[in-house]
Structure formats: C-alpha cells, structure tokens
Design a protein around this ligand. Structure first.
Ligand SMILES: Nc1nc2c(ncn2[C@@H]2O[C@H](COP(=O)(O)OP(=O)(O)O)[C@@H](O)[C@H]2O)c(=O)[nH]1
Ligand SMILES: [Mg+2]
Length: 399
C-alpha cells in the first residue's frame, strides 16, 4: 500500500519538477516544514491538487526513500535540482562616445584645472605672479612638476607670439597644449584580440579599494557590448565576497566566472580561467587579482606567480594597473611598486568623478611610460570610458 502511494507521489513529483511547477525546492527543503498555506503554487486548499501533492512528500523524502528500495536514485535527483533561474541579461551601452556622455562627471577637475587656467590666462597682464598661479593650479591638480614646467614654458612662448588674446584664441591654444601634454599619439586600445589565438588574456592589478573588481566587471560589459564573449577569473581568493562581487558583474551580462576556494591559490584560479576560456571558445579572459600591499615581497610573489602560471598556456596580452585618481601622489608610489612586479601595459584611472586632480592622468603616464587606456567616472555599470585625450581636455576646459 505504502509502496503504491509512494510510487504515485514520486511520479507526481517528477512530473511537477519537469513541468516547472516546483520553484525553489532546495530552499524549502532546508527550512522547517512550511504551513500548508505557504506553497507558492496557487491551489484551492480543500481539494488535492497536482501542486499540493508535489509539495508534501518533499518534506519527508528520507523516510519514504529509505523504506522502499528504489531501483535507482534518478527520480529524487530530479527533484533535488533547483530549476535554473534564468538571470536577466543586460545589454550594456555602446562604448563609443562614453567620455563625452560622462564629461560632466569631471566637473571638479573642470573647475579647478580647466576653468582655472583659462581665467588666469585671460588676465590682462600676464605677470610673474600670474604665471606662478598657473603653475600652482597645475601642481594642485596633480599634473606633476616636470610636465607643469613644460606646459608653462610652452604657454608663455605662445602667448607672447599671440600678442593680443581673444578668449577663443586662448581656449584653442590651451586645448592644443593640454592635448599634447596628455599625449595624442599613444595607442590606448585595450589589447583583447591577439591575432593568432583565442582568447585574449587581460590581467587587472592594483591596490585594494582602487576599483579593480568594479573595473573588471565594467570592462566585461564593454567587451560584451562589442560582441565579444568573456570569461572572468576571480583570482582574488582572499575573500569569498570578492569572487561573489565579480560573479555578480558577470551574471549581469552573461559572462561565466571561474572561481576557487576562499584562501586558495590565485594562480591556479587564473590558470583554470584561461583553460576554461579556451575550452569555451571565449574571446577574452579577464583576471581580477588581489591587491594586498602589506608586504611588497608577498605581492611580488603572488602577482608574478599568477602571470607566470597563466603564461604556461598563452601570453598575457594586457596588464591593466588600476589607480584611484583621488589618492594623488600615493597612486604614483603604487604605480612604481606594481611596475616592478609585472609589466604594466595600460593604466585605468578610477574615481575621476570624485576629484579635482584630473592632472594625475599626465603624471601617471609619465611615471610609468604607459598610456591611460580607460577611466572610471562613477559607480554605475557603464561608467567606464575609453580614454580619449581630446574629449578629456574638452571636458576640462568646458565648451
Ligand atoms: N565614484 C567612483 N567609484 C568607483 C569607481 N570605480 C570603483 N569605484 C568604487 O570603489 C569601491 C572599491 O571598488 P572595488 O572594485 O571593490 O575595488 P578593488 O578592491 O580594487 O577590487 C567600490 O565602492 C566601487 O563602487 C569610479 O570610477 N568612480
Ligand atoms: Mg576586488
């Protein structure tokens, strides 16, 4: 008798699961038995219903399954499997023109640097004091000593040649010189598409809190928006939350995240990510790393190892150093340390929306001899922009 009931019950359960009637079964099983009214399947309480029957036995599967000798465990296994919740895939914004769209985010730098310079240059008498103020403005905005001196010299020369100065002429002149200072001919493309193989491999490095994980997530979106398939490697194994954070970014755009155990070996996670990326035929693998700067040696060992281990499979195409623009000179020190550990091929300056020190773009490029390739202009998912010197300078000095 029992057996007959059980068989019926199991059959119903299986049918229910296959029909998608059971939602969140795993969660329910771990909780104490819910009151009869709890099921999320709407059914009249009085009459037995398909949905109701499917609910009941799952609260006590152990007893029934042990009593009857089932031929195999296939039926309960089906029940155990929670229906895959199809994540909502977002369509990220196109990347073209992002810096223009986000230019108002640079308002602090604009007021402190761009407008400050224009106002000073527009003074009727450009005396020594004014030139000193111009210099101070640049230094305060973190442009750096050497580049500041170069710029002031160029401006002095050109203003002299100009004689009388209309505001329009001054703006054009300042624009040209600032773009030159930022560098117009640097190759700022993020290298994600090597010619001879797939996937492209990008490592993201930097001190904790600078925005590595956020940037990795945003970059995944940029790539997906450009039609590329992306695999994420959560090589920051220090905290499980770091991998969760990255995975959440990935899920939003349908990118698979490879992760390891908390406290596990970051290099092996990176290795696996590249391996899976290859197997899946992905276009790009992005590897997020930990940025503990407690001991320089520890960092060197770890990062160096991650890169070496990845390179057993294929060369790393891009090593992006993420720097927080609000940390100013401190960022330059970090840049130095990291460049000793790995060959940095590009800089990502984050949090440019929160600082008046936009001049750090110039200083950090000088420090490393490597171009700024991306800039972070907010916490929003699409607030990462390809860096374009002209658009950047235009944003600084206003329309
Ligand atoms: N305002 C602003 N916040 C940012 C930007 N990039 C990252 N953040 C924030 O900085 C914090 C640290 O970021 P996270 O990616 O976790 O840093 P990580 O430790 O280097 O991985 C988070 O709160 C981010 O939202 C940016 O461009 N602008
Ligand atoms: Mg992180």
């Amino acid at each position: 008798m029992d057996i007959v009931i059980l068989a019926v019950v199991i059959a119903v359960v299986v049918l229910g699961a296959l029909g998608g009637l059971i939602v969140g079964s795993r969660r329910k099983k771990q909780l104490p038995p819910p009151p009869p009214a709890a099921p999320d399947i709407t059914a009249p309480p009085a009459e037995p219903h398909v949905g109701d029957e499917a609910e009941t036995p799952r609260e006590e599967p152990r007893r029934t399954i042990e009593e009857v000798d089932l031929p195999d465990g296939s039926a309960p296994v089906v029940v155990e499997e929670p229906p895959a919740e199809a994540p909502q895939i977002e369509i990220p914004e196109p990347t073209a023109g992002r810096l223009v769209r986000l230019r108002t985010r640079l308002s602090r730098s604009q007021n402190a640097l761009g407008k400050g310079l224009l106002t000073l240059l527009s003074r009727e008498h450009l005396d020594e004091d004014t030139w000193e103020e111009i210099e101070d403005t640049l230094l305060t905005a973190d442009v750096g000593v050497q580049p500041t001196q170069e710029l002031v010299e160029r401006l002095r020369e050109r203003v002299k040649v100009l004689g009388t100065r209309t505001p329009e002429e001054l703006r054009t002149l300042l624009r040209e010189e600032l773009v030159t200072l930022v560098g117009r001919d640097l190759d700022r493309a993020v290298k994600t598409e090597p010619e001879d193989r797939k996937p492209g491999i990008v490592m993201v490095v930097g001190v904790n809190g600078t925005g590595k994980t956020t940037t990795t997530g945003k970059l995944a979106r940029v790539l997906v928006a450009d039609g590329q398939s992306v695999v994420l490697g959560a090589a920051d194994t220090f905290r499980a939350a770091a991998a969760d954070q990255l995975q959440t970014w990935g899920e939003r755009v349908g990118a698979h995240t490879v992760r390891g155990p908390e406290g596990g070996d970051p290099a092996s996670v990176a290795f696996d990510a590249v391996k899976e990326g290859k197997e899946m035929g992905a276009n790009v693998v992005l590897i997020d790393t930990a940025g503990r700067l407690h001991t320089k040696t520890g960092l060197m060992d770890e990062l160096g190892k991650v890169k070496r281990v990845v390179e057993k499979q294929a060369p790393v195409d891009e090593v992006l150093l993420v720097l927080d623009a609000t940390t100013g000179q401190n960022g330059l020190v970090q840049a130095r340390v990291f460049s000793e550990v790995v060959d940095i091929t590009g800089i990502v300056l984050t949090k440019l929306d929160g600082t008046a020190k936009g001049g750090i773009v110039v200083a950090v490029q000088r420090e490393l001899g490597v171009p700024v390739k991306l800039v972070g202009l907010g916490e929003g998912a699409d607030d990462l922009a390809p860096f374009e010197p002209e658009a950047f300078v235009d944003a600084l000095i206003g329309e």
